[in-house]
Ligand binder design. Structure first.
Ligand SMILES: Cc1ncc(COP(=O)(O)O)c(C=O)c1O
Length: 354
């Protein structure tokens, strides 16, 4: 089993139960006489994996048949360009909320396809707080895109903003299934799965059926949401193992329950923020408590010596994955669903006793 205490931002810690089940499936998948790694993507067993995973996503998000569930290649970033390719016409305009590097990258990708309006940004303050949501969203926009949790800077939206009749699209890569959430407010949401939902390379994309009628240009089938829906995410050779791991994560999430997961996530985040706020050595990147992320806690040390000392102490205790993103520096502790309270307590010991 794993011996490190893993606070990486993604690929992130996975529950031991999931790893155990995956290991069994690598040796032998059910009664197929095959490893899951050899399983045909057009066979009955993979069709069952896809069907169960879709059902669990609907159940966990409390969504009806008006939403399509897709497993797509290319991780989070592929959605950055699939969204505008599908929904932003050359003469159209889309609204973006710029609350961190990932939202910024999403909007940069969109500029290749049509006009982009930055409705709000907190770039000037190095994304240390959430920007103010615009009082009114222009009616003519093709959609509004935002990022529910900013993985690099450690901010997270608590309310889902109102965009009136303009479809709202969310990148939920780093906080999907971390709390109770009204997913029916979105026309579409997506998540790179390597944080709360599996291993890298694929994205979960959930899209309202009526959005498929809004596709603005002819597209190669791999990049068209409509074509992917038609082929049930098995347009080409699917990432069988990746989708299987996500299914195991969905089963684990259901078994534990979102309410319990949320309670634990709040507790873990409070432990870390309280320890940092009380410390004379560390400062949280996000001062505004209401903007702080439960998933990623970013902070800095007061001197380069203390920074080094903290890293060395963590290293001694097998605590890994705490270095801040290369664009921010300092530290980042990711507290995704599979990170245990015990793991957090070990980290707190170091923060308190440095
Ligand atoms: C919020 C968010 N969006 C998108 C991405 C990009 O995902 P990928 O590396 O799978 O392209 C990340 C990666 O960490 C992320 O945190």
């Amino acid at each position: 089993m794993q011996t490190k205490i893993n606070f990486n931002a993604g690929p992130a810690a996975l529950p031991p139960e999931v790893l155990h089940e995956a290991a069994k499936a690598i040796t032998k998948y059910k009664k197929t006489g095959l490893s899951i790694l050899e399983l045909p993507h057009r066979g009955k067993e993979f069709a069952e994996i896809v069907a169960e995973s879709k059902q669990l996503v609907r159940e966990l998000c409390d969504l009806d048949d008006n939403y399509e569930v897709l497993w797509l290649h290319g991780g989070g970033r592929q959605q950055f360009f699939m969204v505008p390719m599908n929904f932003l016409a050359e003469n159209g305009s889309a609204g973006y909320i710029d609350s961190g590097r990932w939202s910024e990258e999403a909007l940069e990708y969109a500029t290749h396809y049509g006009d982009v309006q930055i409705l709000a940004t907190s770039k000037d303050s190095n994304y240390s707080h959430l920007p103010e949501w615009p009082a009114k969203v222009p009616k003519q926009l093709a959609y509004v895109h935002f990022t529910t949790n900013n993985t690099i800077y450690g901010t997270q939206w608590t309310n889902i903003p109102d965009t009136g009749k303009v479809p709202l699209i969310a990148d939920m890569s780093s906080d999907i299934f971390s709390r109770k959430h009204d997913y029916s407010r979105y026309a579409m949401f997506y998540a790179a799965v390597q944080k709360n939902l599996g291993t890298p390379g694929i994205a979960l994309t959930v899209i309202k059926k009526d959005m498929l009628e809004r596709i603005v240009r002819p597209l190669p089938p791999m990049l068209s949401y409509a074509a992917q829906v038609k082929e049930d995410s098995i347009l080409n050779t699917a990432n069988v193992f990746g989708v299987y791991i996500s299914l195991l994560m969905l089963r684990w999430t259901k078994e534990k329950g979102i309410a319990t997961i949320e309670k634990e996530n709040r507790h873990k985040a409070k432990l870390v923020y309280d320890a940092i706020d009380k410390s004379k050595i560390f400062t949280a990147h996000v001062r505004e408590k209401a903007h702080r992320s439960m998933m990623n806690v970013c902070f800095t040390a007061n001197t380069p010596e203390n920074e080094k000392k903290f890293l060395a102490l963590c290293d001694e205790r097998d605590i890994i994955g705490i270095k801040g993103h290369r664009s921010v520096g300092g530290f980042r502790v990711s507290l995704y669903n599979a990170v245990t309270v015990e793991a957090v307590e070990q980290l707190i010991e170091v923060i308190k006793n440095i």
